[in-house]
Design a binder for this molecule. Structure first.
Ligand code: CP
Ligand code: NVA
Length: 331
């Protein structure tokens, strides 16, 4: 695997061996971190971390990973920079490229990270766009590999809005590594035709089975992982809540669905999750629509089948692997 100087914008740009190579590197870093073995292999470098949308896991993962690798991170929050408002993306990219060795971007359209990469001349890492969330998928794959010992042939069912960043990227990630992927939702929430046909071609080579199902009980049969995400993503208008709740409530991950899948099945979620009333939005939705959880019940979220916190931890180890693979002089 030689990814030095390369950007990490979407998994479609990477081969299976590059993806598994990044997972191996993440495992190595995880082991070193647990044993207290220093690994400042990018000492003296600088990274810009641009967040046009809020974040807990991704921001903290990038900051901790940078510190562990010896990189100085500079965080730019959604309000305090000139980006997009007073300065175009190509101009911003050319400025930041003169100061930083790498740039993380979380925000809106995929074309923005693509432009940042084109104009900055340094590796750009996608920390989430509307279309893709590739660093999340690396953490998910590492977690699945740790729990099942393998990726090949494992079946992941994604319940909910599969047209957005998580559904899209999980579909790509699964077919790249030979996992079977099922999107389960009403038809209008399936990924777009163009991406499906691209993934179908990859699936033919990797041996993955790709399927789309409207019936949750049929979809989850023999699933190794049931995965879900929020029904309304960052940047979407509040007006869509009502329709999403109506459309996606039958796709809420419940104990009944977990049992239908079988004993082997684990629950995953990129987080944050609406599984109780301990959040402001959760409470608002309860007052308006009378539901005490959305995409997953509290029972499933808190159950032994739920591996969401292993998954969250792996964000940091996998992000560290991406940074090191694209920046380190001697890996
Ligand atoms: N899963 C994820 O990207 O979390 P944050 O929004 O907290 O970064
Ligand atoms: N689909 C969610 C993912 C959050 C990690 C969003 O874009 O808000």
């Amino acid at each position: 695997m030689n990814l030095k100087g390369k950007s990490f914008l979407k998994l479609l740009d990477f081969s299976e061996s590059e993806i598994t190579g990044l997972l191996d590197l993440a495992s190595e870093f995880k082991d070193k971190k647990k044993k207290g073995i220093p690994h400042k292999i990018c000492d003296g470098k600088n990274a810009a971390l641009i967040f046009e949308k809020t974040s807990t896991r991704t921001r903290c993962s990038f900051e901790v990973a940078c510190a562990d690798l010896g990189i100085h991170p500079v965080y730019l929050d959604p309000k305090s920079s000139q980006i997009g408002k007073k300065e175009s993306i190509p101009d911003t990219a050319r400025v930041l490229g003169r100061m930083f060795d790498g740039i993380e971007y979380r925000g809106y359209g995929q074309e923005i990270v693509e432009q940042l990469a084109k104009y900055s001349g340094v590796p750009v890492w996608n920390g989430l766009t509307n279309e893709f969330h590739p660093t999340q998928i690396l953490a998910d794959l590492l977690t699945i590999r740790e729990h099942f010992g393998t990726l090949k042939g494992k079946k992941l069912v994604y319940m909910g809005d599969a047209r957005y960043n998580m559904g899209n990227s999980l579909m790509v990630g699964c077919v790249k590594v030979g996992m079977n992927f099922t999107a389960c939702a009403p038809k209008k929430y399936f990924p777009n035709e163009e991406l499906i046909s691209e993934c179908q071609k990859i699936a033919e080579e990797s041996g993955s089975v790709l399927s789309f199902e409207e019936d949750p009980e049929k979809a989850v049969k023999n699933a190794d992982v049931i995965y879900t995400d929020v029904w309304v993503s960052m940047g979407e208008p509040d007006e869509v809540w009502e329709e999403r709740i109506k459309d996606l409530s039958p796709y809420k991950v419940t104990s009944h669905l977990m049992e239908k899948a079988g004993e082997q099945c684990r629950f995953m979620h990129c987080l944050p999750a609406f599984h109780d009333l301990k959040t402001t939005i959760g409470k608002e939705i309860y007052e308006k629509f009378g539901i005490d959880s959305m995409e997953v019940t509290d029972e499933v979220f808190e159950s032994e089948k739920s591996i969401v916190f292993d998954e969250a931890e792996n964000r940091m180890h996998t992000i560290k692997a991406v940074i090191a693979a694209t920046l380190a002089d001697n890996l």
